[in-house]
Design a protein around this ligand. Structure first.
Ligand code: PLP
Length: 410
């Protein structure tokens, strides 16, 4: 128990050790033991790194079989950009408008959000952008711009530039939780190959397992040349990231792709190994699919009875709802009110694009917690209805008996 009598959750083996080491634990027993083992030539610490690399390769789609670790997501993005330059001899990239790839100078250059770029210029040269494949309905643009979402536009851009080295993107914009059109990524991959560019997937927010697959690209049956993972690698709490690449890209031996102080942290490797073990032992991939589906159904029911929910979307346990006014335009004011009301009542989420509520519950969320979250959200939505609409007729509550069925069994 903690000082305030709040029960401390039991940590999986490895995590506990890792976290105690990281925090400089009151009991130095584990640390001393590990250091002793290292002094005696036991390769435990290096083993954690090797074990993690081997494990990642065993679950990653072929031919991604080369691994380099990084202290965080933006650093891993940076390594991927450097590797693409080395491999192709080209510096230009294409990424998506409104994308986010980290907060460092190179990452904000390929990122497509003005918020992070304003006042920071000049950025990396050759950072080109195109419209993402899909956006929520209230973010749609004129037909001319909508047409530029087609892979043909990338083909055109690459032909005109002639020397693009890489396309870098999330397989789906995680905060919108919307699939791109069928075969979108297969077409993009064909175009990359045709023009001699690499395809880099940034899976930092959705790897490992949030989509119900270890890797989001498995949903689209496309293995990129380089894949970057982060957040979930350390179970969402331990800072760590990695770059996976194909054997053809194992060319960086004489270059500094990374070279960060905490690049190959054995402690973070232990945390990542523990994360993967828990995902396997608790069948969390299936849980993410199953609980995600149930949560999506709950949100759809909410949409049917609450004014102003323009769309609802979900991919595994990544879920989103879009708040719109009566004319279908982003309802920014109500979004802010809903966020603050929810936060005050214990539900936290991200707001994306001004009016998208983006939910990323932990993969081991319980059905009771999901129902409680739906309750808090419904309450906040009903408290923030506009006076003109007055909301809809009272309807069955998300927690009525049919919704109380066990969501999923492991
Ligand atoms: C898609 C994406 N890429 C990269 C990053 C950067 O990761 P980090 O914050 O670990 O540098 C983030 C962080 O939110 C992200 O969402």
């Amino acid at each position: 128990m903690s000082k305030n009598n709040v029960p401390i959750p039991e940590m999986p083996e490895g995590y506990e050790e890792a976290i105690r080491l990281q925090s400089g634990s009151e009991s130095t027993e584990d640390m001393t033991r590990l250091l002793d083992e290292r002094a005696e030539g036991d390769t435990n610490l290096a083993d954690w790194r090797r074990q993690l690399a081997a494990k990642l390769v065993s679950i990653a789609p072929a031919p991604l079989s080369k691994v380099l670790f990084a202290p965080g997501g933006a650093e891993a993005v940076s390594m991927a950009l450097k590797l693409a330059r080395l491999a192709t001899g080209r510096y230009k990239t294409v990424s998506f408008c409104d994308s986010f790839h980290g907060a460092t100078l190179d990452a904000i250059s390929i990122g497509g959000e003005r918020l992070f770029r304003d006042g920071m210029e000049p950025l990396l040269p050759g950072s080109l952008h195109m419209p993402p494949p899909v956006v929520p309905p209230s973010h749609r643009q004129s037909p001319a711009i909508e047409a530029m979402r087609d892979p043909d536009y990338l083909d055109y851009l690459m032909r005109k530039e002639g020397d693009v080295g890489a396309v870098i993107a999330e397989p789906f914009r995680y905060s919108f939780a919307l699939h791109p059109p069928a075969d979108y990524w297969k077409q993009i991959q064909r175009i990359c190959k045709r023009h001699g560019a690499l395809l880099i997937f940034d899976e930092i927010p959705v790897c490992l397992g949030r989509t119900g697959q270890w890797f989001a690209c498995q949903l689209y049956d496309v293995a990129p040349d380089i894949l970057i993972l982060g957040k979930g690698l350390g179970g969402g709490i331990f800072p760590f990231a990695a770059m996976l690449a194909t054997p053809a890209l194992d060319i960086g031996q004489h270059h500094a792709l990374g070279h960060f102080t905490h690049e190959k942290s054995p402690v973070a490797s232990a945390a990542a190994l523990a994360t993967i073990r828990v995902i396997e032992d608790e069948n969390l991939l299936r849980q993410a699919r199953c609980k995600g589906q149930k949560a999506l159904e709950t949100l759809r029911l909410l949409q049917a009875r609450e004014e102003g929910i323009g769309s609802v979307s979900g991919i595994g346990l990544q879920l989103a709802i879009e708040l719109v006014d009566q004319r279908g335009r982003p309802d920014l004011e109500r979004t802010g009110q809903v966020l603050h009301t929810c936060l005050a009542n214990g539900l936290s989420f991200k707001v994306a694009g001004g009016n998208i509520l983006s939910f990323a519950p932990p993969l081991n969320v319980t059905e009771a917690e999901l129902l409680k979250a739906a309750d808090i959200l419904e309450q906040a939505l009903s408290e923030t209805r506009s006076i003109e609409t007055g909301g809809r007729v009272p309807a069955p509550h998300a927690n009525e008996p049919s919704q109380k069925e066990p969501l999923c069994t492991s």
